[in-house]
Structures are given as structure tokens and as C-alpha cells.
Ligand binder design. Structure first.
Ligand code: ACO
Length: 324
């Protein structure tokens, strides 16, 4: 099996900053409520930029950092639940925009775990030698799916994109991954698609658009009971322990969730990167945006162990143990 190494990261968020105070002008909320319950101060909201446009901008930054020509990319996997169109896929649109002519491209939807799922799938292709270089993108325009009259959800989400490039390598760079899904809890976080509306059905559904619905407390409990064990499982059959980890990059859903996971693991909270105060929850984009920020702050040193961990709708979850 080949080694797989992270060789470049990039991210892009819309310019439009929406503060908690601004939100409190059209729903009954306050900066105090939002910040104390979630850790979010502001988020970026699209003024028209799409998931593929943001994804392309993040991808170009990752390619530049890795000093890789787009034509060297064999595989593009995009994690998103807010694709610009039903078809083509966002991955094909990014391929066109960045001119990655050789790449095989597809999208994957695992909600907020999407980047981890995409990363882990791409790693398998490189390990087995099918492909050598992969671009993995998480990009979301969640503001399309948010009910802007529902204070319980509209304060949580933001728009943005992050990208990572992984490559076949001489050195070890990917140690372990663990993923899981539980469709029984699908109603805890959902957003319906278009209703069936063909001429062969007797009773047509209303063509009302649906928006994200969430049982926040169920999600909170699920994450706190599942993610610490999911992370601990990464260390089975390895020579490493949790104490060897330099950085934990968790899905940026809620600061209290990150604190609870750190506490249950008995890990140093200072090793848990957060930027959700600036961006809110950007679903599949949150981990690659965080990974890019920590990377560009030169905090990733050669040999560092890094845990990535995502969780969200489906329900889905997944973690990976990387060596920088
Ligand atoms: N501003 C003011 N009041 C609010 C707001 C708001 N934005 N939203 C809800 N409330 C009110 C509710 O109406 C309720 O009022 P009531 O007591 O009069 O009925 C009260 O605040 C408490 O509501 P809860 O929903 O019970 O609030 P809770 O303490 O659970 O916090 C939160 C909600 C922050 C969503 C919390 O459940 C949470 O962190 N859940 C984790 C889920 C999460 O982060 N989801 C993100 C997406 S999922 C993912 O990415 C994995």
C-alpha cells in the first residue's frame, strides 16, 4: 500500500460578514444568546457566489501552495449538500474552472462529515495506486437552505469553502481512519428535497421549498456520546496515543460541543483549533477551512500528528489521524 500525504490546503469565504447583532434585527435573538450557546460571533453569507465558485477559489489556493499543476490532479471529490445544480456535479464544475482536465470528478453528501468522508475515500484510491493526486473540497452555501425566520437554526450556519490536496508519498502521512453512520436518527437534522410532482401520481404534494430542521439537543447528545470514542478508536492498532496529538480539528458546529469532546477525551483544550466565532457552522467546509487556517499560521510542523473529526446529518461521523 502507498503512503498518502497532505501537500496543500486552501480556503475561501464570502466577503459579506453578518454579525449576531445584525441577525437580532430580523429574528428575536441576541449576541449574548448566540455567543454563550454556540461561540459564534459572526458568519459569512453569500451575496451570490456559488458553492462551485468558492470551491474553485479554495482549490486554486491549495494547488498554488502545493506547487502542483491542475493537470496533475487525478481525482476531485467535492463534499457538499448545497450543490449549485442537481447536475452537473460541483466537482465537474470545479474541474472545468481550474482546468484539471485529467481528473475523475464526483460529489459526495455526508452533510457536516462530508469532508472526512471525501478525504477517506480519496486516500483509499491513492493507497491502492489507482490514483496519485487528489483534490478534496468541502464547499457550502448553507444560506440557501436556512429558514431565515427560524432563530433556532439561522444563527448557526455560514457559507464558505476549503480544499486539500493529497498525494502519493515516500513518507507516512495517513495513519488511520474510522467512519460511521446511523440512518435511524435521520430526523434529528434534515432538509427535504423537491416533492414528487410527476403526472402519474394521484395527489400532488405542495411545491413548497423546505429548509433545514434540527433537534439541537439530540445532535448535541449524539456528538458527545459518539465522537470521543470515534477518536479513541483511531489509536487502536497504532503505536500512537492521544497524548501524541498536536492538533485536533473538529467540525466547527458549536464551541460547547468541542469543549465537551475535549473534556470526555481528557485532552488539552488548547490543542483544539476553533474559528467558528468568525464563520459559524459551514458544514462540509468547516474542517478544510480550519485546516487551511492552521496551516497558513505555520502551526503544522513536520511529524505532527493531527486528528480531523466530522459529525452531522445522516447521522454521519468520521475521524482521521494524519502525520504532517
Ligand atoms: N435566540 C434566542 N433564543 C433562542 C434562539 C436564538 N437564536 N434559538 C432558540 N432559542 C430559545 C428557544 O426558543 C428556547 O426558548 P423556550 O425555553 O422559551 O422554549 C430556548 O432558547 C432554549 O432552546 P433550546 O433549543 O433548548 O436551546 P439549547 O440550549 O439546546 O441550544 C443549540 C440550542 C445551540 C442549537 C444547542 O442545542 C446545540 O448546540 N446543539 C448542537 C447542535 C448543533 O450545533 N447543530 C449545528 C448543526 S449540526 C452539526 O453541524 C453537527
Amino acid at each position: 500500500m502507498n503512503n498518502v500525504k497532505l501537500v496543500g490546503t486552501g480556503s475561501y469565504v464570502p466577503d459579506n460578514v453578518v454579525t449576531n447583532h445584525q441577525l437580532s434585527q430580523w429574528v428575536d435573538t441576541s449576541d449574548q444568546w448566540i455567543y454563550s450557546r454556540t461561540g459564534i460571533k459572526e458568519r459569512r453569507i453569500s451575496n451570490g457566489i456559488t458553492a462551485s465558485e468558492m470551491g474553485s477559489k479554495a482549490s486554486i489556493k491549495a494547488l498554488n501552495q502545493a506547487a502542483i499543476d491542475p493537470t496533475e490532479i487525478d481525482l476531485i471529490i467535492v463534499a457538499t449538500m448545497t450543490a449549485d445544480k442537481y447536475l452537473p456535479s460541483v466537482a465537474c464544475e470545479i474541474q472545468r474552472d481550474i482546468k484539471a482536465e485529467k481528473a475523475v470528478c464526483f460529489d459526495l453528501n455526508a452533510a457536516c462529515s462530508g469532508f472526512l468522508y471525501a478525504y477517506n475515500v480519496a486516500v483509499q484510491f491513492i493507497k491502492t495506486g489507482t490514483y496519485k493526486k487528489a483534490l478534496i473540497v468541502g464547499t457550502e452555501v448553507l444560506s440557501k437552505l436556512v429558514d431565515w425566520e427560524d432563530r433556532g437554526t439561522c444563527v448557526l450556519f455560514g457559507d464558505g469553502a476549503g480544499a486539500a490536496i493529497i498525494s502519493q508519498s515516500e513518507e507516512e502521512g495517513f495513519i488511520q481512519m474510522k467512519m460511521g453512520s446511523d440512518g435511524r436518527m435521520s430526523k434529528a437534522l434534515l432538509c427535504d428535497s423537491r416533492p414528487l410532482n410527476n403526472p402519474f401520481i394521484k395527489e400532488k404534494d405542495d411545491l413548497n421549498l423546505d429548509y433545514i430542521k434540527m433537534d439541537g439537543q439530540d445532535i448535541f447528545k449524539f456528538v458527545c456520546s459518539t465522537i470521543p470514542n470515534n477518536i479513541l478508536d483511531l489509536f487502536e492498532e497504532t503505536e500512537h496515543t492521544l497524548n501524541d496529538v498536536s492538533h485536533f480539528i473538529l467540525h466547527q458546529a458549536n464551541k460547547r460541543i468541542i469543549q465537551a469532546v475535549a473534556k470526555r477525551l481528557g485532552a488539552d483544550i488548547n490543542k483544539f483549533f476553533t474559528n467558528l466565532d468568525q464563520y459559524g457552522n459551514t458544514s462540509a467546509a468547516s474542517i478544510p477551512i480550519a485546516l487551511d487556517e492552521i496551516n497558513r499560521q505555520n502551526k503544522l510542523k513536520k511529524g505532527d500528528l493531527v486528528v480531523l473529526s466530522g459529525f452531522g446529518g445522516g447521522l454521519t461521523w468520521g475521524s482521521a489521524l494524519l502525520k504532517i
